[in-house]
Design a protein around this ligand. Structure first.
Ligand SMILES: [Fe+2]
Ligand SMILES: [Fe+2]
Length: 262
């Protein structure tokens, strides 16, 4: 059996600092064998840098998943190959740099993590269902545990992906909306599923970013610069805990949406 902690999109310095501060306690409590964070908003809300990747890995993170904001901070483009445990969405064009599948062995169990982008209300991208299907036939055919982060906007697309791959992957966890859904379940008694894990970041914000500029944008449609707040009196920590058997079956899934006054 392996125990997994998966954290929703970590937003900005404020989210990173809070994650790193809370992480040792959570590690003590859950004793995870595999720790995954979605890092696409780590660098000021837009992308991730090599330095931030190193910080996460040094803290004990096993694998970083990403999403549509991965390359917003261009520094990572030339350095992405230094981080095989940072994975980019599988269904980008093959020319896009970066590793697409993270594989490891934990307690003698072969484990794979994959990250995909949704197509609905998102920039154009290859079909994630087809990409996952091909991967299962090929590169993942020998993996006992498979965890997929489907980074997507539409609940329907994420749910359809979860139901479609139920029994064939161990867990389908949605990210991107930064709002945790309350629908954690084990589909067909096998596949751990949560439509969206949520985020780690400032609570008094809009999805982890300062509210004022976002509201102005909705009011005027004029260009605005979005950034996470530098400080907040409350922090949000969204994650999911899973227990997965050697046969790849999720036996327990618990979603957590913690809001703490700091
Ligand atoms: Fe995000
Ligand atoms: Fe995203």
């Amino acid at each position: 059996m392996i125990k997994v902690l998966f954290f929703g999109d970590i937003v900005g310095r404020i989210g990173r600092d809070y994650f790193l501060q809370q992480f040792p306690e959570l590690k003590k409590k859950y004793k995870p064998d595999l720790i995954i964070v979605n890092g696409e908003n780590s660098a000021n809300g837009k992308g991730i840098t090599s330095k931030i990747c190193s910080t996460y890995f040094n803290a004990g993170v096993t694998c970083i998943t990403t999403g549509n904001h991965l390359f917003d901070n261009r520094e990572i483009i030339s350095n992405i190959d230094d981080f095989p445990a940072l994975i980019r969405p599988l269904n980008y064009s093959p020319q896009v740099p970066g590793n697409t599948v993270f594989k490891t062995t934990i307690n003698g169990i072969s484990v794979a993590v994959v990250n995909l982008l949704g197509q609905v209300f998102m920039p154009p991208i290859d079909n994630p269902f087809v990409a996952m299907e091909n991967l299962l036939q090929d590169e993942l055919s020998d993996s006992q545990v498979i965890i997929a982060d489907l980074h997507a906007e539409a609940t329907s697309e994420k749910r359809a992906f979860g139901v479609n791959f139920a029994g064939r992957v161990s867990a389908v966890l949605g990210t991107h909306t930064h709002v945790q859904t309350a629908d954690a379940e084990i589909i067909d008694g096998h596949t751990g599923y949560l439509t969206d894990v949520g985020m780690v970041g400032a609570k008094n914000s809009i999805l982890g970013m300062e509210s004022e500029a976002i509201i102005r944008k909705f009011l005027t449609q004029m260009p605005e610069r979005f950034a996470p707040p530098e400080a907040d009196s409350q922090m949000q920590m969204d994650f999911v805990y899973l227990e997965i058997s050697a046969t790849g079956q999720t036996t327990k899934i618990v979603s957590e949406h913690l809001v703490n006054t700091v």
